[in-house]
Design a protein. Structure first.
Lengths: 657, 115
């Protein structure tokens, strides 16, 4: 074989060199294009593919009552939507999904036929419903995560709490007034994704925690709220009234413990109720109070020394002509003392007191009690009510206002003003939110009790309270309000409702009772207002029983017990060096030894329950100390022995379990 | 092919060839050893690197799975709290006590306050 010529070899080498150089240049150029020219765009593209962002929906903070019981919680729920264009058989889809959502197929069909690319079928479905629909495996039907607000207490407290809509915005009540705190901020997580789009790991800097909203602690107590609602409802139903309101307030702080309105609504299904039912009518609606305003006339007259409790006024035997009008009392009275005017609620007597006090002063006191001004409660929509200026009060005007007509106010104003009297004369600002808490339990905002002003002196407040106490006593108008075992003070009111056009009065009434208990150290102020009761409409008949009902349940709940309950000391250990003890067998099944029951002599308590022991002790006048709980296992002194003098008998109990 | 017909021109005597052959063999052997070792080290390093990377990724998966689980548990906890709150509603409890269990509210004479 002949070797190839050298020139051929050279040519081949040069050719390959050129070829590879060109190829290399192309690679270089491409690299330049990718790395420099298009770098930004491509980096963004890569980012989009390999990294993901998970949006965290802001969740509204929890609302608690004053004892940290949940009143409103947000949960993530599924919402099912449909893209009608993608659904193969709309009819079949509607037929299959309908029963799962408890909806009629035709109504779903109508939704799916809408000319929209995206239609919600149902928002906030249960995990079970989602599973069933997913199983159907229908094209074009999909789910989205949303947060939904739940109110575990249902109607209880609905007018204070209000509600939030599906877009996580507060619409009423505290949910609205404190929305900026409760709402929270939307958060996100940046993640790396693998080729299949699965999340690999959260990247540190790209993480912002699901910014849940702040938590709210109300002044409302769930149980007091429930009691108020229950009693109010009972009263409203008893007289077939149109509605009613009840407020329970701590007079010392201005905290609203309960705020009940009838008719009520369930915030979980607020859209099923008419909007006028959502309204917190204790702050948005005004009414003419009627005789309850006499309390403040009385306070003003006493404080101003225009009248003393011993002063008497002539009640004109029930008929009084004034400025071309004739004013009547329900019952005819002659001479009445200041206290009696309030006790029997004489309108003519009140007019006489009002005349003596004078319109300027009366107006000044009413203003000072907060009438005609917003109370400043931390809820939105409060109205100031209407208190005409004194220069516009005619002679009849002054007379009217003296017994509570011609001025309009809100139920909250009335409650707050009475609280001032129960609080020794100092008007407090009412509030419904105790504190706003951050995620770590730190206090973001706290509402402290705030005194607005001193309206009357403590002495006057005491005098007014003692007169209000007589209203509930024999011969007063509010006997039906007296809670058994307590001393309470209050005032009935029955007012004609003004016509909506402001000209004259309708034949419908507002029956009310506002009061406080216990009289010597008021712990609660309770106001009950019944709107348009049918039949007898006197406040002493329609509203007083609800006051009694609420007070009798709320006071023991607050640790204030009625007279006549038995108190027992508990917890002192058995004294080993004291009297001889009789120890029964373990959980004495032994029958009690027959010891005749005689006062002052210890019977055989073996195996008895605490209740039985206490009842026997009460009957025999024994002073006992109880230790433990369960059944009696030991006692000192032994059965049949005399319990002498000041010594206390001791009974020890043990639980059978 | 062009390479098949190409033969290098070697200019050497057989003796020199033998001498040079033994020397170059020794050098070659050392070189091969070093190259092999180097390659092994390289492979070892790469494998370790891949393994470590793999570990990071699998731990990452685990972390994201765990945090998902944490989220789910938190959600479940909240759901249960909601359920508990609903079950503790005074309306429900009073109804059960009065209607189902036949309880009555105590009279004040029956109240014994232990303190």
């Amino acid at each position: 074989m002949k070797p190839p010529p050298k020139t051929w070899l050279r040519f081949r080498i040069a050719f390959l060199l050129c070829l590879f150089s060109i190829l290399f240049l192309i690679v270089l150029a491409r690299a330049y294009q990718l790395q420099v020219v298009q770098s930004k765009k491509l980096a963004a593209l890569a980012e989009r593919q390999s990294r993901g962002i998970i949006h965290l929906v802001p969740r509204r903070g929890i609302i608690y009552d004053r004892k940290r019981e949940e009143m409103a919680i947000s949960l993530e729920v599924d919402s099912v939507f449909v893209q009608p264009a993608k659904v193969a058989n709309i009819l079949e889809a509607a037929r299959k999904i309908g029963p799962v959502l408890a909806k009629k197929p035709p109504s779903l069909l109508k939704k799916m036929k809408e000319d929209k690319p995206f239609v919600w079928l149902e928002r906030g479905i249960t995990p079970g419903q989602r599973a069933v629909i997913e199983k159907l495996g229908m094209e074009g039907v999909d789910f989205l995560k949303e947060t939904k607000r739940f109110y575990p207490q249902g109607e209880t407290g609905s007018h204070v709490i209000g509600f939030a809509g599906l877009d996580s915005r507060g619409l009423e009540g505290v949910e609205l007034a404190y929305d900026e705190f409760i709402r929270g901020e939307p958060g996100y997580i940046l993640i790396s994704k693998d080729a299949f789009g699965r999340a690999i790991t959260p990247e540190d800097p790209g993480f912002r925690h699901s910014a849940e909203g702040f938590e709210i602690i109300l002044t409302i107590d769930k149980n007091i709220q429930y009691i108020a609602e229950k009693e109010l409802k009972k009263s409203v139903q008893a007289c077939s009234a149109k509605g009613g309101m009840a407020i329970v307030m701590n007079p010392k702080t201005g905290e609203v413990l309960a705020l009940a309105i009838q008719p009520s609504f369930d915030p979980n299904r607020f859209s099923l109720f008419p909007p006028q039912v959502w309204r917190n009518r204790t702050i948005t609606d005004t009414f003419e109070p009627g005789s309850t305003l006499k309390i403040f006339l009385l306070a003003a007259a006493l404080e101003d020394r225009a009248a003393a409790t011993s002063d008497v006024f002539f009640s004109e035997n029930g008929t009084y002509a004034l400025g071309g009008k004739v004013i009547h009392d329900i019952h005819k009275y002659g001479w009445l003392s200041l206290g009696e005017i309030v006790k029997v609620s004489s309108n003519i007597g009140a007019i006489k007191v009002g005349q003596k006090l004078g319109r300027e002063k009366f107006h000044r006191y009413l203003k000072s009690f907060g009438f005609g001004l917003r109370t400043g409660i931390d809820l939105s929509g409060e109205v100031p009510g209407y208190l005409p200026a004194p220069q516009h009060w005619s002679e009849v005007g002054l007379a009217n206002i003296s017994f509570g007509q011609g001025a309009s106010l809100t139920a909250l104003q009335l409650t707050t003003a009475l609280s001032a009297i129960a609080n020794g004369g100092v008007l407090m600002r009412p509030y419904v939110v105790k504190a706003v808490l951050g995620q770590q339990g730190d206090v973001v905002k706290e509402n402290q009790p705030r005194a607005i002003r001193r309206v009357i002196s403590p002495q006057t407040a005491r005098m007014v309270a003692s007169i209000l106490k007589t209203v509930l006593e024999e011969g007063g108008t509010g006997t039906a309000a007296l809670p058994s075992g307590y001393e309470a003070g209050g005032k009935t009111g029955t007012a004609q409702k003004a016509l909506a056009n402001g000209r004259g009065y309708s034949d419908q009434h507002m029956g009310s009772f506002i009061g406080f208990a216990p009289v010597d150290n008021p712990q609660v102020v309770i106001s009950v207002i019944i709107d348009e009761p049918q039949g007898i409409s006197y406040g002493g008949v329609v509203a007083a029983p609800a006051f009694k009902g609420i007070a009798e349940q709320v006071l023991p709940y607050m640790g204030i017990y009625p007279k006549g309950v038995t108190y027992l000391a508990k917890g002192a250990p058995l004294n080993p060096c004291g009297e001889e003890q009789k120890i029964f067998g373990p959980l004495a099944q032994a029958k009690a030894v027959e010891v005749s029951e005689e006062p002052g002599i210890m019977p055989d308590f073996s195996g008895k329950s605490i209740r039985q022991v206490v009842q026997t002790a009460q009957r025999l006048g024994l002073d006992l100390q109880l230790v433990g709980s369960g059944r009696a296992i030991a006692q000192s002194p032994s059965p049949g022995r005399v319990l002498q003098g000041n010594t206390k008998g001791v009974v020890r109990f043990q639980s059978p379990i | 092919m062009a390479e098949a017909t190409y033969k290098p021109i070697v200019l050497s005597t057989p003796e020199r060839e033998q001498e040079a052959g033994s020397l170059s063999k020794r050098v070659n052997r050392d070189l091969v050893t070093v190259a092999l070792l180097g390659a092994l080290a390289l492979i070892g390093c790469s494998l370790f690197n891949v393994w470590a990377h793999q570990q990071v990724i699998s731990l990452g998966y685990e972390i994201s799975q765990m945090s998902q689980e944490e989220q789910n548990l938190l959600k479940e906890n909240k759901r249960l709290r909601l359920e508990l709150a609903a079950l503790k509603s005074p309306r429900r409890i009073e109804n059960m006590a009065l209607k189902e269990l036949g309880f009555v509210n105590p009279q004040k004479e029956q109240l014994i306050i232990v303190r």
